[in-house]
Design a protein around this ligand. Sequence first.
Ligand code: BTN
Length: 282
Amino acid sequence: MPPDKTAGEGTSLSESDLGRLLQTRILGRGLIEIHTRINSTNQRARELGLTNAPEGTLVLAETQTAGRGRLGRNWHSPPGLNLYFSLILRPNLPPDRTTLLTLAAGVGAAEAVSRVTGRKPSIKWPNDLLMGQRKVAGILSEMETRGANLPFVILGLGLNVNLKPADLPAELLDLAGSLFMATGRDWDRTALLAAMLKEIENQYEALKAGRAGDVLEQYRQACQTIGSQVRIAQGESVIQGTAVAVNESGELVIRPAGGRQLVCVNAGEVTLIKPPPETGLK
Ligand code: BTN
């Protein structure tokens, strides 16, 4: 396919372009904010959530000055190259089901990249999308809880689209990738955003309709962590072993090296020590 002349740096995101491509029922319908520059779209979406913005509200930015990643990290957010967006969801699910919500978003995001580029990212548990072992996208979900209630969830997603190696700080050079770096061409960010919203919505609706089993099955197919030898850091403690499964709650199940008892992990940073043996099944 020849490079898309309208894609890439220089084309800014607009509500009217998105409207032409959007095929969702809920996500990106109603309130949409597009910021040239903002601290964090998750932060802004939370403010809107607290003032009763509807489910499906979309906050999008060309650049973030304090983009937030998992585990208290920053999310590198240079202008005009990538996608940075947050959605308000009001899922009416118990708070302990939100892990599944984040996994569902990962499945949808991987599907969207595959639909647009023809290349499917794998998922590193819980929610990193990888292409060629480099991280091209991350998801940060933040919950607003009131006792046992869950008024809303902010689902924030960063996708590196047209980012080049020269746009990366030294500390990310060996780790981060982009769709450009994986495929050798620029991609239309609006088309990607529309596909992301549609595929994430499909997974979200499946979850709400009680089809968590289907979502998890797709997740397990895409998750490259299962079968790998891993090291997981959770604060001060470190577990090393083989990742044998992702359970019904979305936790990673580890068989510790030399241990018999399986351990379920619901958060933490996974380092891949050795990938699974090639089976040809994935
Ligand atoms: C991760 O660490 O893998 C999660 C990264 C999530 C980044 C996105 S960018 C849009 C949204 N706003 C934020 O501040 N963070 C998320």
